[in-house]
Design a protein around this ligand. Structure first.
Ligand code: AMP
Length: 430
C-alpha cells in the first residue's frame, strides 16, 4: 500500500524549499522594515471565533472550514485565515497596552475545504500583516506599499492593483438598499449562489464571475456612489497617498472581497498567466472586526497573500530562479585515514558556517568529484593518502578548475575567507 498526500495538499520537496525559505525570510524582513513584528498563533482555534469574526454568511464559514470536535466535545477549526486568530491574541494578551498602534506580521498554513484546482489548495500558506489602532488612511497605503514591495522583491513585476471602498456601517446599508432596488425583478435571473447571497450578504453578488450575473448587474450603482462624507474623504486620501508613492491602481467598483469584516478600503493584487485563481493577495480595512471578536471598537487594516500563488505567478512570468542551495564545500577522501580527517574537517567547516558535504558511500575519487559537481559545490577539498602524509589537502575550485594545496589545519580559515558570502550565518534571522 502506497499512500499519497491528501487531496489539495502539497509536499514541499528539498528542490523547492530554498525558494520557500528565501521568501519567508524576505517577507518577515520587509515587514520588519515597515515596523511589523511577527506573531505566531495556533493552527486551530475555537470554531466560534471564525464564525463570528469572518461572518456566518461567508462562503468560508458556510462550507469551507475543517471543523472537528475534541474529546471534550468542544468544536475546533483549523484556521481558514490568520486574521481572526491574530485579533484573538491581540485581545487576549492586551497588546494595545504596549502602545496605541500595534503592527503585526504573520506567516503560516491555512486550511479551507475548497475544490482543489491550480492555485487553490486545501492547505496553503498565508503571509500578511495587521495594523490595529488607527483610522489614518496613510496606513491603508502603507499596507499596500508593503505588500507590493514584498511581491516585487520576490521577483514578480507584473501585478495589477485593484482598489475600491465599500463604506462603513453607516453608509453600507444605504448602498445595500440601492443595490437591491437596482437588481429588482431581475434577481430571479441570478445564479442560485447569488440568489442566496442576495438574502444573506447582498454585496457579495457583485464579484460573482458568472456572465449571467454580470449582465444582470451591469447597470447597478457603484459602492463608491454611496459613501458617506467621512468614507469618501478617507478613500480620497488613500488614493492620494498611493499617488505620492507612485503606486498605480485600477479603481474596481465590483471589488468587495469575500469576508464580512471589511470596511472602507478593499484591495487585491492580481497576476496574469496563472488561470482563474489570479488573486496573489488581498486586504483592506476592517474597523468593526475587533469589536465583533469581543474587544473595544478599534480600527484595523491589513492584507493576506498566498505563498503558493505567488510562486505560480513567479514560475509563469517572474524570476523563480532561486532554488535550494547545495553545499558550498564537498570533501573528497580516499582511504580510512583520509576519511577520518574529512569527517573532522566537515565538522569544523560546518561550525564556521559553511554548508559542507562529504562521501559516505566509499565511492571512487572520480565518482566523488562527480557528486561534488552534481550538488553544485563551490569547492572540493581532496584528501588523498599522499597529501595526508604531507599534512595537506587540495582545494579545487569547481568553476574555474584551478586548485591550491593547503595545510589541513588551515583549510577552514582558507575557505571561510574566500567563501564569505556563502556563510549560512550571514543570511541570519531578522
Ligand atoms: P482571502 O482571505 O480569501 O482573500 O485570501 C487571501 C489570499 O490567500 C488570496 O489572495 C490567495 O492568494 C490566498 N488563498 C486563499 N485561498 C486559497 C486557497 N484555497 N489556496 C491557495 N491560496 C489561497
Amino acid at each position: 500500500m502506497r499512500y499519497a498526500a491528501p487531496k489539495g495538499t502539497k509536499d514541499i520537496l528539498p528542490a523547492q524549499s530554498g525558494l520557500w525559505q528565501a521568501n519567508e525570510y524576505l517577507f518577515l524582513h520587509i515587514a520588519a522594515t515597515y515596523g511589523y513584528r511577527e506573531i505566531r498563533t495556533p493552527i486551530f482555534e475555537k470554531t466560534e471565533l471564525f464564525a463570528r469574526g469572518l461572518g456566518d454568511a461567508t462562503d468560508v464559514v458556510q462550507k469551507e472550514m475543517f471543523t472537528f470536535m475534541d474529546r471534550g466535545e468542544r468544536s475546533l477549526t483549523l484556521r481558514p485565515e490568520l486574521t481572526a486568530g491574530v485579533v484573538r491574541a491581540y485581545l487576549e494578551h492586551s497588546l494595545s497596552g504596549e502602545g496605541p498602534l500595534c503592527k503585526l506580521a504573520y506567516l503560516g498554513p491555512a486550511f479551507r475545504q475548497e475544490r482543489p484546482q491550480a492555485g487553490r489548495y486545501q492547505q496553503f500558506t498565508q503571509y500578511g500583516v495587521e495594523s490595529f489602532g488607527s483610522h489614518d488612511p496613510s496606513l491603508d497605503a502603507e499596507v499596500i506599499d508593503l505588500a507590493l514591495a514584498f511581491i516585487k522583491t520576490s521577483g514578480l513585476n507584473q501585478v495589477k492593483l485593484l482598489l475600491n471602498s465599500i463604506g462603513c456601517a453607516e453608509c453600507r446599508p444605504l448602498y445595500r438598499q440601492a443595490l437591491l432596488k437596482a437588481v429588482g425583478e431581475r434577481a430571479r435571473e441570478l445564479c442560485p449562489t447569488c440568489q442566496d447571497r442576495l438574502v444573506r450578504n447582498p454585496m457579495r453578488v457583485l464579484d460573482c464571475k458568472s456572465p449571467v450575473c454580470q449582465s444582470v448587474l451591469a447597470g447597478v450603482p457603484s459602492t463608491t456612489d454611496h459613501l458617506c462624507t467621512a468614507c469618501s474623504e478617507h478613500f480620497q486620501m488613500v488614493q492620494r497617498r498611493l499617488y505620492e508613492l507612485g503606486i498605480e491602481y485600477t479603481l474596481t467598483p465590483r471589488l468587495v472581497r469575500g469576508l464580512d469584516y471589511y470596511t472602507n478600503t478593499v484591495f487585491e493584487a492580481v497576476a496574469g498567466g496563472i488561470g482563474a485563481q489570479d488573486a496573489i493577495l488581498g486586504g483592506g480595512r476592517y474597523n468593526g472586526l475587533i469589536e465583533v471578536c469581543g474587544g473595544p471598537g478599534t480600527p484595523g487594516v491589513g492584507f493576506a497573500g498566498g505563498m503558493e500563488r505567488l510562486f505560480l505567478a513567479l514560475a509563469a512570468g517572474g524570476d523563480a530562479s532561486q532554488t535550494s542551495a547545495g553545499p558550498s564545500v564537498f570533501l573528497v577522501s580516499l582511504g580510512d585515514e583520509a576519511k577520518t580527517a574529512a569527517f573532522r574537517m566537515a565538522h569544523e567547516l560546518r561550525q564556521s558556517g559553511l554548508a559542507t558535504e562529504m562521501d559516505y558511500l566509499n565511492r571512487s575519487l572520480k565518482a566523488q568529484m562527480r557528486e561534488a559537481d552534481r550538488q553544485g559545490a563551490k569547492a572540493a577539498v581532496i584528501i588523498g593518502e599522499e597529501e595526508l602524509g604531507r599534512g595537506t589537502a587540495t582545494v579545487r575550485w569547481l568553476e574555474g578548475k584551478h586548485q591550491a594545496e593547503v595545510e589541513i589545519a588551515q583549510v577552514t580559515a582558507y575557505l571561510t575567507d574566500r567563501l564569505q558570502g556563502e556563510k549560512i550565518g550571514t543570511i541570519g534571522v531578522v
